[in-house]
Design a protein around this ligand. Structure first.
Ligand SMILES: [Fe+2]
Length: 228
């Protein structure tokens, strides 16, 4: 044990981290090393105050997102541990491996979603994205109808505008929950959350009103920058 004087000397030399490390049990230290590439939740507080999105709804949504980040790390750690223990043939390994796609996509889709919100300027109808939408759907209006129709479908999930890298075509997809129906190799361009937690607190069952509010806040510059 260090006495108070030694403690002060050590911390004055920048030894706080070292002391904390020593205080951690051995297993926690090992885990910390294993988490060198773990995921960290991003801060989207700048979206608070966005018109049409209540503060409580957004704060709840940020908390839900943080849960996906935490669980992605947990599942990855648990899988890593099972591999180390030679337990890859177990039901636990199989179920956690299935779970990974759900937690990971729950994390990443929320990041795309929050990052394509907070915009104030409308889409530049002569820009690269508008041209590509017209090329792929016939017109911007046709794309918007399709996208909104996708978002209004019964069920929980996501409406995602994807770009097919094989030919550059833009396509709207319905993603069930977080992990079903993503086009392989597709580039996500615009992501809209249509889980009930994304709108019910502010709009009740009026999902169409939420979709209108979402459209008013799209950060079109961020969306266009995702195009390949
Ligand atoms: Fe969500």
């Amino acid at each position: 044990m260090l006495n108070r004087r030694e403690f002060i000397q050590l911390t004055a030399l920048g030894g706080t981290a070292l002391l904390l490390e020593q205080a951690l049990p051995a297993r926690a230290q090992t885990k910390k090393e294993g988490r060198a590439m773990s995921y960290t939740a991003k801060d989207y507080a700048k979206l608070l105050g966005m018109p049409g999105f209540g503060e409580t709804l957004l704060k709840n949504h940020f908390t839900l997102y943080q849960g996906y980040v935490t669980n992605t790390n947990k599942v990855l750690d648990a899988l890593d541990q099972l591999v180390k223990e030679g337990k890859t043939a177990t039901p636990e390994f199989a179920e956690l491996k299935r779970r990974l796609g759900w937690e990971f996509n729950g994390m990443r889709l929320h990041e795309y979603y929050f990052e394509n919100l907070g915009g104030k300027a409308p889409l530049d109808k002569n820009g690269k994205l508008a041209k590509k939408l017209a090329e792929s759907f016939g017109s911007y209006e046709a794309w918007e109808k399709d996208f909104k129709g996708t978002g209004a479908m019964r069920g929980i999930g996501w409406a995602v505008l994807y770009q097919d890298p094989a030919n550059g075509r833009l396509l709207n997809f319905w993603i069930n929950e977080h992990d079903v129906a993503h086009p392989a190799g597709g580039t996500p361009i615009l992501i809209m959350d249509v889980f009930e937690h994304a709108f019910m607190l502010d709009y009740g069952l009026k999902r169409a009103d939420y979709i209108e509010a979402f459209f008013k806040n799209i950060d079109w510059k961020a969306v266009e920058a995702r195009l390949k």
